[in-house]
Design a protein around this ligand. Sequence first.
Ligand SMILES: Nc1ncnc2c1ncn2[C@@H]1O[C@H](COP(=O)(O)OP(=O)(O)O)[C@@H](O)[C@H]1O
Ligand SMILES: [Mg+2]
Ligand SMILES: [Zn+2]
Length: 539
Amino acid sequence: MYQALYRKYRPRLFSDVIGQPQVTVTLKNELKAGRVSHAYLFTGSHGTGKTTCAKILAKAVNCLEPADGDPCGVCSMCRGVDDGSVLDVVEIDAASNNGVDSIRSLIEESGFTPALARYRVYIIDEVHMLSVAAFNALLKTLEEPPAHVIFILATTEVHKLLPTIVSRCQRFDFRRIAPEDIAARLEWVCGEEGLSIDRDAAMLLAVTADGGMRDALSLLDQCVSRAEGRITADLVTEAVGLAGRKHLLLFAEQIQNGDRTAALELLDRLYRSGKDMGRLCEELTSFFRSLMLMKTMKDPGSMVSAVGEERKSMERAALKMDLSAILHGLEAFQTALSRMRTANKRIEMEMTLIRLCTPELDISPEALLRRVEALERGGVRLAAQPKSAEEPPEPLPEPEIPAPAAPDELRPAVRPARGPAAVSTEALSRSAQPFAAWPEIIAVMKDYSSSVGAAFAGSAAYVSGEYLLIDAPQLAFDLLKRPSQRDRMREAVRQVTGQVYKLGPYKPPKEDAEKGEKEDPLDALVRDLKADGVEIVES
Ligand SMILES: Nc1ncnc2c1ncn2[C@@H]1O[C@H](COP(=O)(O)OP(=O)(O)O)[C@@H](O)[C@H]1O
Ligand SMILES: [Mg+2]
Ligand SMILES: [Zn+2]
């Protein structure tokens, strides 16, 4: 059975771990001297050896015949930890088990002495993903850990941990690994696999991996599957370009198909693998620009930088997508990018993808245009008033885009004949955005007082600039009139989002109420077009 290279070559001894002597040498010396802490914190960017060292440590403290601080690797304990049969070593992925319940049951179990091993070891990976309530539960145990328990917390984002947690742990910072060290390891792995790799190909992979051994090995995997014989620098360039941007193609496809779930799952995977959300948004903006150029020009030539197979797959994507969807994406990602300076980047990306996959939730002109196009395809089409009785009705021309043009200059050409100004001010007046972290904040409030939490049942919140606007029953506002409760709420918001907001009540824009909440923006557009003498023809 095929096993990914990064899993196959996971170091089993501290002495196999490269580039982290400040961790491995220190731990070995302490273990040799019989010094064991009850809480370790491993921090650093992904793929640098945190989980690997946590597992080695779990074996080293329980090994029946440790040698020089390293586990022996062959005794029943070492083998049991490796194959998962020793139940005293527990791995928890906080990214998927972030509920307070899993931590509570962990803490209950930790009271029992281990079944077989000397120490019960809990490895909590991505510990920054735990909910605040779960953190607080964990903190209590870290204050007085049972003698037979060791916690190993690992995280890429140590700044998200409560200082009280960090101060209770022995902390080890994992560094990005030097490219020379990564390249040497890649050459060694290739040797083990019976493959040959050029020195500059190994260096190119190492530099691209940006200090992460896991990424380097995953990239090597992709090269291996494409290589015929030697792995060369040219092959690496091609494989890396494709792999690095595959997710952009996927997003484009999901937006075109309206597949919200897939888009959010992909985003989550990228986030957890350490992808910077701002960088991703920039990449998507320039990717959608390329799609726009490919869709509208015969040959955009060097205006689009992709080459070879990557370019071909982009051309296929541009062919499949509607121009209106491409423009909608471009507009939305640019807006998100500018909002990211003040808003939570991850939430911003989530909202943008939801809106792009669900144009009916979005009232921007770009979204309306997409819906008009979809309707036209579905059988309803918009036709211009015939110029004279003799002439047959003439369908509205497809919006023509003068290419090449900067995205900003495009807008007038693709907007409906009337009312761009009216639509955009309307959009602005409703600039408050749904606040995705609200349920988590209510959960924190509930933990503090269940009756206060209950007052917010069924509530919602929106963000507009520095304001958090709350839509809740009167009872909740009565509570918030008290300064102590307001502080509580602000603190809960800060704990969950890391940001400070001013609080206020949410009031839907007046204009809306007058028009009657129910009017669909598309109906409004059709009404406006009719007023302009455009006849709606059902075919
Ligand atoms: N310092 C290292 N030395 C050797 N291999 C490493 C190192 N760090 C990571 N790797 C490789 O990357 C894989 C993933 O590493 P892992 O320990 O899970 O990273 P982290 O937990 O820091 O994200 C390992 O299985 C191993 O193949
Ligand atoms: Mg890990
Ligand atoms: Zn052993």
